[in-house]
Structures are given as C-alpha cells and as structure tokens.
Design a protein. Structure first.
Length: 75
C-alpha cells in the first residue's frame, strides 16, 4: 500500500509543479506582450517624428529635381 500512495503523492507534486510553471509562463507572456506593445508604440512615434523631420528635405529635393529637369531639357 505504501508504493501506490507514494506514486500518488509524486504525481500530485508533479502536477503542482507544472501548474506553478504554467502560471509563471503566463505572467512572463503578459509582461512580454506589454513590452512588445510599448516598443511598437515607441517605433510608431519615432516613425512619425522622422516623417515630420524629413518633410522639408523631401520638399527641397523635389525642387532640386525640378530645377535639374529644367536644365536637362534645355540641353
């Protein structure tokens, strides 16, 4: 009778350990998903800032291209 009870206790301990590990994995997944969301938000803000800061350069490059196109047409 000792061995079946011992095996039952070991099985219960194994299930308990797996349950604790599953909870820890769930907590880490939640933390990781929050970090990914924050990173995506920061990347989005940086992209918008880059677009805003690049707008004047794009406008100037358009003027340069137009003036070069006019010079090439005269040749």
């Amino acid at each position: 009778m000792f061995w079946p009870m011992f095996q039952l206790v070991l099985a219960f301990c194994g299930v308990a350990v797996l349950g604790v590990l599953a909870v820890r994995v769930g907590i880490e997944v939640r933390r990781f998903s929050r970090a990914v969301g924050d990173s995506a938000e920061r990347i989005s803000r940086a992209k918008e800032e880059l677009e805003r800061s690049a707008a004047p350069l794009v406008a100037r490059s358009g003027l340069v291209q137009r003036s070069n196109a006019g010079n090439n047409a005269e040749e």
